[in-house]
Design a protein around this ligand. Structure first.
Ligand code: HEC
Length: 158
């Protein structure tokens, strides 16, 4: 009799345990999924003045803007980035306009320090470059747009 009672009680306790365990697991899974989605959202456009901005004129290359962008690039970026397709102080940024969202790129130009702290892609670049920080180079929105146009022109092979 005692053994039967014991078995019943044990199996009730066990089933309670397994229930609460599976609840915990699914809560964990939800949190993880939410975090992943959040990270993907941040990665898409990054952090800075260009979140949710619709960039005009992406259907063609604006030559004038691109050559202004080249001048800014020479002054403010070429110390760390070469357009040779090889890494230098910073990564190669050839074909970057094919790899990343336009807003992400311009947020990186305008707001590199916060980006390397909070954006998952920029954070892992920062680690890959052994903590070399892309400096904030004091650009206006027009400057950033012009440099982006220069990068687009370069990536279009023109
Ligand atoms: C002091 C060196 C330095 C300067 C100046 C600099 N960068 Fe960077 N850049 C880096 C480093 C290093 C990284 C990788 C992230 C990090 O560690 O901060 C990077 C990352 C980037 C990325 C992201 C690359 C990728 O793979 O997604 C872009 C785009 C970029 N830089 C463009 C520019 C442009 C355009 C300028 C000029 C306005 C500029 N950088 C100025 C060093 C620099």
């Amino acid at each position: 009799m005692n053994i039967i009672k014991f078995t019943i009680i044990t199996s009730i306790i066990l089933s309670l345990f397994s229930c609460s365990n599976s609840e915990n697991n699914s809560a964990d899974k939800d949190t993880k999924e939410n975090e992943t989605i959040k990270q993907e959202k941040i990665s898409e456009e990054g952090i800075g003045p260009y979140v949710g901005v619709k960039i005009e004129g992406l259907d063609k290359i604006d030559e004038e803007m691109a050559s202004k962008g080249l001048e800014i690039f020479k002054l403010k970026c070429s110390a760390c980035h070469k357009m040779s397709g090889k890494r230098y102080v910073g990564p190669s940024i050839t074909n970057i306009t094919k790899a990343r969202n336009p807003n992400w790129i311009m947020n990186m130009l305008m707001n590199p320090i916060e980006m390397t702290k909070k954006d998952p892609i920029a954070k892992s670049l920062f680690r890959a470059y052994n903590g070399t920080q892309m400096t904030s180079v004091n650009m206006t929105n027009d400057d950033a747009r012009a440099v982006f146009e220069f990068l687009r022109k370069n990536d279009a092979g023109k």
